[in-house]
Design a protein around this ligand. Structure first.
Ligand code: IPE
Ligand code: IPE
Ligand code: MG
Ligand code: MG
Ligand code: MG
Length: 290
């Protein structure tokens, strides 16, 4: 698994470096590169490639789509760390982008990465039909805006220091993190022009995987040292974040995680042994400590 992640990170970074190199130089490129290339597991690209494997999508196409997703992810982290959001000064074991370059630059580098995702998906070097590109762009926009990452981040901040119900916490976590994973799991089916019913199944698998990813992130905040995680931990409680751990307690959160995992595996059973890579990634997501 670790070797696969390293290869995917290498191929994705190479794609992004080439893509940025083709563009005119500006002063925002340095902070954008900092947000993109300063580490990061590339787990979203991995699950995209796993699902792509199941539906026999070309690897190069997947790397390009994954690069677009990683741009959105990198932007969301730059903004997540800003003083007006989580106010975190460390990310991936290094100073956060706004610490290194200043707040206004971090905001604008984040904006530029967000829009770069759509430049990548609409680029002529991506060898899929225009119709498919538009479908991908539409879905990725939905997953990133007020119905997805941005909307979830808004809820995350507005829930601080309030008693929030389980269903509202889950809705917030699915939006801020799950939606991008749901795009990863449905993009290969969009490329292969699968029917809406099957796309919806994978959209749902993705949002459940993303929910598990966020719950594990919340457990990491609770359990793991800042040094190991590469970011400041034991913060969610101090900041009054609404998490399943704060509402249900530690043990019940683990129970809930197991329940969602079984549900995902049940759905994937139908796809036989070709879904083993997705399950491998799922297990990694659940057991990681960074
Ligand atoms: C962290 O995401 C933010 C969450 C959505 C929980 P990752 O843990 O994937 O961040 P990197 O890219 O590997 O640093
Ligand atoms: C971030 O969630 C989710 C995003 C969409 C960026 P967190 O705020 O828990 O992520 P970390 O712990 O700072 O990485
Ligand atoms: Mg946050
Ligand atoms: Mg944060
Ligand atoms: Mg966190």
């Amino acid at each position: 698994m670790q070797n696969k992640l390293i290869k995917i990170a290498k191929d994705t970074n190479l794609f992004l470096k080439k893509f940025i190199k083709k563009q005119k130089k500006t002063d925002l490129i340095e902070p954008m590169n900092y947000g993109l290339f300063s580490g990061g597991k590339k787990i979203r690209s991995k699950i995209l490639i796993d699902t792509g494997y199941l539906f026999k999508v070309n690897y190069k196409t997947l790397i390009a789509i994954g690069a677009a997703i990683e741009c959105i992810h990198a932007y969301s982290l730059i903004h997540d760390d800003l003083p007006c959001m989580d106010n975190d000064s460390t990310r991936r074991g290094k100073p956060s982008t706004h610490i290194k370059f200043g707040q206004s630059t971090a905001v604008l580098a984040g904006n530029s990465l967000l829009t770069m995702a759509f430049e990548i998906l609409s680029d002529s070097s991506l060898k899929i039909t225009e119709k498919i590109k538009i479908n991908l762009i539409k879905k990725l926009s939905e997953c990133s805006g007020h119905l997805g990452v941005a909307g979830g981040q808004f809820l995350d901040l507005s829930f601080e220091n309030k008693k929030i119900s389980k269903s509202k916490i889950i809705d917030m976590e699915i939006k801020k993190t799950g939606k991008l994973f749901s795009f990863c799991c449905m993009a290969p089916l969009i490329v292969k022009k699968k029917n809406i019913k099957e796309i919806k199944i994978f959209e749902r698998i993705g949002s459940d995987v993303g929910l598990l990813f966020q719950i594990t992130d919340d457990l990491i905040d609770h359990d793991v040292s800042s040094k190991m995680a590469g970011k400041k931990t034991k913060k969610d409680e101090k900041q009054g974040k609404a998490t399943l751990i704060s509402l249900l307690g530690y043990k019940n959160t683990i129970k809930y995680k197991d329940k969602i995992k079984s549900k995902i595996i049940r759905v994937l059973k139908k796809y036989g042994k070709n879904s083993k890579n997705i399950i491998e990634t799922l297990n990694y997501i659940l057991s990681r400590n960074k």
